[in-house]
Design a protein around this ligand. Structure first.
Ligand code: GLU
Length: 279
């Protein structure tokens, strides 16, 4: 993977809003399998990434949840036939291989290594790796991150990028989920949490952290989010690509981005073209 810095004309700016609104239309828990003639579908998402994929007291919410729901509907499943399953970063390939889930929409970047193990529909979002730091931190563009205490998640491209290119000599802690890193950042045991800006913006905008953290504003990589399917399942991949194209064409994609990522002030890239990966 090529890592690149910000500053290119097409690159949009990420800003944090001071307010975040609750959406109030979370997808309900569902998928008992009894509806619709017993037909249900298991979909892998994240449970702890506000704005992207989050389990809430009322169900599930986030951009990935809305994309997954749209796709499932196009595949013939109603909302109450969907069973959302938590798929942490390191478990995604196995979950598909073992048939635990039919597809995964979980901030899942397409890359060559993963494409050897699973297939991807999409991409459906272009994000960039960034750093979440304390509001008074002096870490910024140009700071040498080697020697800093960074936290990311095992099995993520974010951790890989740190080790390979961004700061091979950083003290990298690899956790199971980003929310574990967030606790470390709040407690002062790490200098920065690093992953996609789309995820970090959601954390920064959470009520309990408002004003406490900021994004460094670096575009350290291109993260092309894809929908993972079992390797070789071309029929499903093609159907999901059709659904994603429809979602963009009819405006539902834009609406879902605004609804889920807008409250955190995330300035998204335009909808990617299916099959076109931005390296
Ligand atoms: N998009 C990156 C990845 O797929 C980081 C976010 C995540 O771990 O889900 O690894």
């Amino acid at each position: 993977m090529k890592l690149r810095k910000a500053g290119i004309a097409t690159v949009s700016v990420l800003a944090l809003a001071l307010t975040a609104t609750a959406c109030g239309d979370d997808k309900k828990e569902g998928g008992s399998g009894s509806e619709g003639g017993g037909k249900s579908i298991k979909i892998g998402i994240k449970f702890d990434q506000p704005g992207i994929g989050q389990k809430t007291p009322d169900g599930f919410a986030g951009f990935d949840v809305d994309v997954a729901t749209f796709v499932a509907k196009e595949l013939g499943y109603s909302e109450d036939q969907i069973e959302f399953v938590q798929t942490p970063s390191a478990d995604r390939e196995n979950a598909l291989k073992n048939g635990d889930v039919e597809f995964i929409a979980a901030s899942y970047s397409i890359n060559d290594e993963r494409e050897k193990l699973v297939d991807f529909a999409g991409p459906y979002l272009l994000a960039h790796q960034d750093l979440l730091v304390k509001a008074d931190s002096d870490i910024a563009e140009g700071t040498d991150l080697n020697g800093k205490k960074l936290c990311s998640v095992a099995g993520s491209t974010s951790a890989q990028n740190v080790k390979k290119e961004i700061a091979p000599k950083a003290q990298l802690q690899e956790r199971g989920t980003y929310s574990e890193c967030l606790e470390g950042l709040a407690g002062g045991s790490i200098d920065a949490l690093t992953t996609d800006d789309s995820i970090l913006a959601g954390y920064a905008a959470q009520d309990q952290y408002k004003g406490k953290f900021k994004l460094a504003g670096l575009k350290l990589s291109n993260e092309n989010y894809g929908i993972g399917v079992k390797e070789g399942n071309k029929d499903l991949k093609d159907k999901i690509n059709k659904a994603l194209e429809k979602m963009v064409a009819d405006g539902a994609w834009e609406e879902a981005v605004k609804k889920n990522l807008g409250p955190a002030g995330y300035k998204n890239e335009p909808a990617p073209k299916i099959g076109v990966i931005v390296k």
